[in-house]
Design a protein around this ligand. Structure first.
Ligand code: SF4
Ligand code: SF4
Length: 189
């Protein structure tokens, strides 16, 4: 158990450092230009639509039952689910005051199954809420939830918004890297 606690603590420190570094980079290039602002808004709307889509009562019920049965994707992810560069850049570009939530390590240790759970899973659900990584925003398990999504005719909407957040976030990263080149944070040769 001590090892698992250490694993979570170290993992959190790494994520925190990456978030702080990204914040410095974003601070060095704001204000955004009009195209970047448009892109951030487009990603924000698509993310919001996905959050709302997964808030459908039938989907919530389905996933709740899965979690209660001891399965649940958040419980089996450990480091597969990560805040990747495009997640952190979007989150901070949208809100520079974003603070990485502190994980509930006691809870995480208490639910250890075959693999450690996602560091952002808490008793009340996901600590990141609408800021959860892209991999979580558009994820559905192919055997069960896929069927529910199809029956609600939501699959197409999910795929459309998923494309916007995936491609939009990559584009945002590229435009930010392009501007970042001229800043004092550029690594020295
Ligand atoms: S997406 Fe699938 S695996 Fe994840 S909680 Fe829902 S039903 Fe369970
Ligand atoms: S970030 Fe949130 S939604 Fe994604 S796996 Fe972790 S707890 Fe689940």
């Amino acid at each position: 158990m001590k090892d698992l606690e250490e694993f979570y603590k170290n993992y959190y420190i790494l994520l925190k450092k990456a978030t702080e570094k990204t914040k410095q980079i974003i601070e060095s290039i704001v204000p955004f230009d009009k195209d970047q602002e448009k892109l951030i808004k487009k990603i924000k709307n698509a993310r919001q639509e996905l959050v709302e889509l997964f808030n459908h009562p039938k989907i919530i019920n389905y996933c709740r039952r899965c979690h209660q049965s001891g399965k649940g994707c958040c419980k089996q992810t450990s480091e597969d689910v990560n805040l990747k560069q495009q997640d952190v850049i979007y989150i901070l570009a949208n809100n520079l005051d974003f603070k990485l939530p502190e994980p509930d390590i006691k809870f995480l240790v208490s639910i250890l199954d075959k693999r450690p759970a996602c560091i952002f899973l808490s008793k009340k659900g996901c600590l990141l809420q609408e800021n959860r990584p892209i991999i979580c925003l558009d994820y559905y398990c192919s055997d069960g939830l896929s069927f529910v999504l199809n029956s609600l005719h939501l699959k197409e909407k999910l795929l459309e918004n998923s494309q916007v957040i995936n491609w939009g976030s990559l584009e945002l990263v590229q435009t930010i890297i392009a501007r970042h080149k001229n800043t004092k944070y550029l690594p020295k040769n």
